[in-house]
Design a protein around this ligand. Structure first.
Ligand SMILES: *[C@@H]1O[C@H](CO)[C@@H](O)[C@H](O)[C@H]1NC(C)=O
Ligand SMILES: *[C@@H]1O[C@H](CO)[C@@H](O)[C@H](O)[C@H]1NC(C)=O
Length: 994
């Protein structure tokens, strides 16, 4: 029995063995066949759908051992050899979405990121992919809508479609077809729908990232707090509006919360204190208001906090200040009160930025004692008291910015030990005393700005150690002594402004070694001696101001060969000798040698009445062209030599007179008329009336090319008559002048001032234009009486009109006309404030006409409006007008002239705006402080305009356009025609914050 039983068992066992073997066999066969099938699928996809791989997929060969598991980009399950992952990221692939990869039923992860895949995804794109756990198609060129999901992707935990060009709404099926989704990356696309309510149904989410989409302005779902597993919520730049919902407190797992650069409004809800795991909260650049809640005290893990550029008020909560933050940012709000003392106890604080608020009191005494401060910026507040001694105690401080306060007391001696500093801006305070020698010689310092304090002492030779110094801006203090010679060793130096101090001694002659110097301002000091000739070798110097010193000797001729010098002010010194004729080679926007002891005749190129103020106050100078200066015809004391020369001249003169007499007879008939009138529009004009009206009392303006008179004819018509400077020297040029003027006279456009007629005589040329009632935009915006208040819609329509006028000149005139001097003073406004472009086309005609005249031939615009390339190429193109027009747009937005002093000593409006936008976009690594405290948009906008929400959006649009018009590279600027299109594009209103 036992035996039988055993046998039985044996049989059973054999049976089992047999079964096992066959299962094994079947498995092996099926394994082999699944591998074979996968190979087939992969090769088919490679052949049919993918192109462009650089040999990376060469090892995808049927014959390879262990194919396909050994292939590049393929991973298999160990043991079973089933393909579970395909990772073809960054392989240079192109082609459409290879949906057939999903035919591999064992596939879990498909990563196609960072290739050049393109096209739209059709509605069945993902329908084979329901078994995937992760799918990544980020960083490709997919376009169109993201399709609704036709199948539920029951296993999918991670979906990344970021950085493509998907547009439209987020598909609503995402709300119910992604039951396991944890990571959802939608950022960096062109999605333009609203924020969907279904986001709050995705309760499995840990990461929801949809930043950098230009969504339709919408609110966060009010029940967003349901996402209790969410660790990251990144909604930067997505047009969020409305308040932060109270339910935000439900995001108890959140570590990163980024709502920056939106239009959120209302208060920061107290429930934010429930985010106990929060490490990083970014709320900057919104319209949040009210006080920050005290519940911040609960966020004990918070390390980075930034709520700058909002409209917060009240005090900085002590609770926030006592947190162990690395980075603390509350600049650009309306915060009041003192900086809480508890800030000082914070051991890890690296960054402390509270600039542009209304903070008062003094900076906490111990700040820096416990914190490893790296970046400290409290600029533009009302802080007072001394600079704390301990700010650099931990020897980490790199950026120290305190400008625009009332900080007083002696400059702390101990700052000389702060060897880590690279950027110091402490201008516009009330600091006293001597800067310690050690401070001048900090070797890593690049920017040192201390203007407008009461600082004393001299610049010590040890400054030679500050070898990275690029900007030294110390004007308006009480510094004295001579500039040390070693300053010439600071080869990185770009801008030196030592103006309005008591510096004495001579300018070091080695100064020419500063090859990168762009600007030197030494005005209002006590410098004496000669201007060193070596200055001439500074090939990048654009601005030299040495006015109001005691400099003597001649003006060095080499100044005339400086390639980019456009600003030269040597007035109020004791310079003597002649005005070097070489200076005519310069392309000067500002030229002043007045109030010196210069002598002799003014070089003929300068001998024009426009230069009166440049030469005035030099009793020894004489001129034949400038009224108000002594005339050169006065007989000089006759010497024997002189008499001889004069006799020879007399003979020549007599000869010429005889010749002229004969000529004159011959041509008498031809010369019957002394002027020629050309009329371009209907109407009769009396030239006698015109010419007799060109008198002082009718003068209404003075431009670069001539004087403008208002003339009222007897028939009641009023015109503006422009008498051009200079007279054509060559009779043959009269023809070309007339024909050019005729071209201008034919232009008819509603936004261009009509040229009515020209009147050309032997010694004058007058162009007569329609008279425009309200004068120039420049006068209206900046007029002496404060100007007329223009609201934004008027300014916008002026921008559109002026753009149309210029576009007409550029694109519709044959030959096209470059204006060359676009500026607010050349945009006239009629009785309805409709703009009309004036003074077009003249510059070129005058240039042609006066080719021999080096100064006139280089007229190419007005200071502040001139495109940067002009300094290097001396060429103007349509794109130079576009640049000037961009400046004009900024002028309309800001209500300020392009070189208004509020933009900073060395900046014009363009630099101001580009720097503030650059630091705005480069937020993460923001070590560039905002310029003069004007960091954001709201502060650029003319305070006199009170924009509606719609205006607000429009201003933003115009600002963007102005920035692209003023691109440094001409090629990056749009054409005028495009500018008109962009201006006329519909503006989508955004919510109003201010
Ligand atoms: C994606 O959109 C950007 C911005 O609109 C555009 O410049 C780019 O050409 C688009 N790319 C594709 C492939 O459509
Ligand atoms: C979103 O963009 C698409 C394609 O660019 C466009 O057709 C649609 O009108 C836009 N929707 C909205 C709300 O702007």
């Amino acid at each position: 029995m036992n035996h039988i039983k055993r046998n039985n068992n044996m049989m059973k066992f054999d049976n089992l063995k047999l079964q096992a073997t066959s299962i094994c066999l079947i498995m092996m066969v099926s394994l082999a066949s699944s591998a074979k099938r996968d190979v087939g699928v992969l090769l088919e996809v490679k052949r049919r759908q993918l192109k462009g791989y650089d040999n990376e997929l060469d090892d995808w060969l049927d014959s390879a051992r262990n194919a396909p598991c050994s292939w590049t980009g393929i991973s298999c399950q160990e043991g079973t050899n089933e393909v579970v992952s395909i990772d073809l990221s960054s392989f240079n692939l192109y082609g459409e979405f290879p949906a057939d990869f999903c035919r591999i039923s064992t596939l879990r992860n498909l990563n196609l990121s960072n290739n050049s895949l393109f096209g739209t995804l059709n509605s069945s794109a993902f329908s084979l992919c329901s078994h995937l756990v992760s799918l990544n198609i980020s960083l490709n060129y997919f376009v169109g809508f993201l399709p609704e999901l036709q199948t539920t992707l029951i296993n999918l935990t991670s979906l990344d479609v970021s950085y493509n060009n998907f547009t439209g709404e987020f598909p609503s099926s995402f709300g119910y077809s992604l039951p396991e989704i944890q990571l959802l990356h939608l950022e960096g696309n062109l999605f333009n729908g609203s924020i969907p309510g279904f986001f709050s149904n995705l309760t499995t989410l840990t990461h929801l990232i949809f930043c950098f989409n230009d969504l339709f302005p919408s609110q966060l779902p009010s029940d967003i707090g349901r996402l209790t597993k969410l660790e990251s919520l990144d909604a930067r730049s997505t047009n969020l509006i409305g308040p932060i919902p109270n339910s935000i407190g439900g995001l108890v797992s959140i570590k990163l919360l980024d709502f920056s650069s939106n239009n959120l409004s209302g208060k920061v809800p107290g429930t934010i204190g429930n985010l106990k795991n929060a490490e990083n909260i970014q709320l900057f650049s919104n319209g949040l208001s009210g006080e920050l809640p005290d519940t911040f005290r609960n966020l004990t893990l918070l390390t980075w906090f930034d709520a700058s550029e909002n409209n917060l008020s009240g005090r900085i909560p002590e609770s926030l200040a006592s947190l162990d933050l690395l980075s603390f940012n509350l600049n650009d709000n309306s915060l009041e009160g003192a900086i809480p003392e508890v800030v000082a106890s914070n051991p890890n604080l690296h960054e402390f930025k509270v600039f542009n608020n209304k903070l008062t009191g003094s900076i906490p005494f111990d700040l820096g004692l416990n914190s490893e401060l790296v970046h400290f910026d409290v600029s533009m507040n009302n802080l007072e008291g001394p600079l704390p001694q301990k700010l650099c105690y931990k020897k980490q401080l790199q950026v120290l910015i305190i400008f625009g306060n009332k900080i007083s007391g002696n400059f702390p001696e101990v700052y000389g030990e702060c060897s880590t500093l690279s950027r110091v801006r402490m201008q516009d305070n009330e600091m006293l005393g001597k800067i310690p020698d050690a401070f001048w010689s900090i070797s890593g310092i690049e920017h040192l700005e201390m203007s407008n304090n009461h600082l004393q002492g001299s610049i010590p030779p040890s400054i030679v150690d500050a070898e990275l110094l690029k900007q030294l801006l110390i004007s308006g203090n009480d510094f004295s002594g001579a500039l040390p010679d070693v300053i010439c060793n600071l080869r990185m130096m770009a801008i030196v402004d030592i103006s309005r101090n008591r510096f004495s001694g001579q300018l070091p002659s080695c100064i020419g070694n500063l090859k990168k110097l762009l600007k030197f301002d030494g005005q209002e000091n006590e410098l004496h001696g000669e201007i060193p000739k070596q200055i001439g070798s500074m090939s990048e110097l654009t601005e030299l101001n040495l006015s109001h010193n005691q400099l003597s000797g001649n003006i060095p001729r080499v100044l005339g060969s400086m390639p980019v010098l456009t600003y030269l002010d040597l007035s109020r010194n004791s310079l003597s000798g002649r005005v070097p004729v070489e200076l005519l080679k310069l392309n000067l926007n500002k030229f002043n040698v007045s109030d010196n002891k210069l002598e002799g005749e003014i070089p003929s190129g300068f001998d024009k009445s426009v230069y009166w103020s440049s030469f005035n106050g030099n009793p020894g100078l004489c001129s034949s062209g400038i009224r108000g200066l002594s005339s050169c015809t006065k007989a000089k004391p006759a010497s024997f030599y002189m008499v001889a020369v004069l006799s020879v001249l007399a003979v020549i003169l007599l000869g010429s007179l005889i010749w002229l007499f004969i000529k004159a007879r011959a041509f008498r008939n031809k010369m019957r008329r002394s002027w020629k009138i050309t009329s371009f529009h209907q109407g009769r004009f009396n030239e006698h009336d015109l010419l007799s009206a060109l008198i002082e009392e009718n003068l209404i303006g003075k431009g670069g090319s001539g004087l403008v008179y208002r003339v009222r004819f007897k028939n009641g018509q009023t015109v503006a008559a422009k008498r051009l400077f200079g007279v054509h020297k060559k009779p043959e040029s009269e023809e070309s002048f007339s024909s050019e003027v005729e071209t201008l006279g034919k232009i008819r456009h509603g936004n261009i001032v009509k040229l009515l007629f020209s009147c050309i005589g032997d010694d004058f040329r007058v162009l007569v234009y329609e008279y425009i009632e309200n004068g120039s935009l420049g006068d209206v915006l900046h007029g002496e009486k404060g100007g007329v208040l223009l609201d934004w819609p008027t300014r916008f329509s002026i921008a559109v009109g002026a753009a149309q006028g210029l576009a007409y000149l550029h694109h519709d005139c044959v030959p096209s006309i470059i204006h060359r001097d676009v500026k607010s003073n050349n945009i006239l406004l009629d009785e309805d404030y409709r703009p009309k472009v004036a003074d077009f086309g003249l510059a070129r005609i005058l240039e042609k006409d006066l080719e021999d005249d080096p100064i006139m031939s280089r007229v190419a615009g007005s200071y502040g409006y001139i495109a940067p390339e002009y300094a290097y190429t001396m060429k103007v193109t349509e794109k130079s007008d576009v640049y000037s027009f961009g400046v004009l747009l900024l002028e309309l937005i800001s209500g300020k002239r392009p070189n208004d002093s509020s933009f900073g000593e060395n900046k014009d409006i363009v630099k101001f705006v580009t720097e503030s936008t650059a630091s705005y976009s480069d937020r993460a690594s923001d070590y560039e402080p905002k310029i003069n405290g004007y960091s954001n948009f709201d502060q650029l906008v003319d305070p006199r305009i009170d924009p509606s929400p719609y205006d607000y959006a429009e201003i933003k649009k115009v600002l963007d356009l102005a920035v692209s018009c003023t691109s440094a590279l001409p090629a990056d600027r749009p054409s005028m025609r495009r500018v008109v299109e962009l201006l006329k594009e519909k503006t989508r209103p955004v919510s109003f914050r201010k």
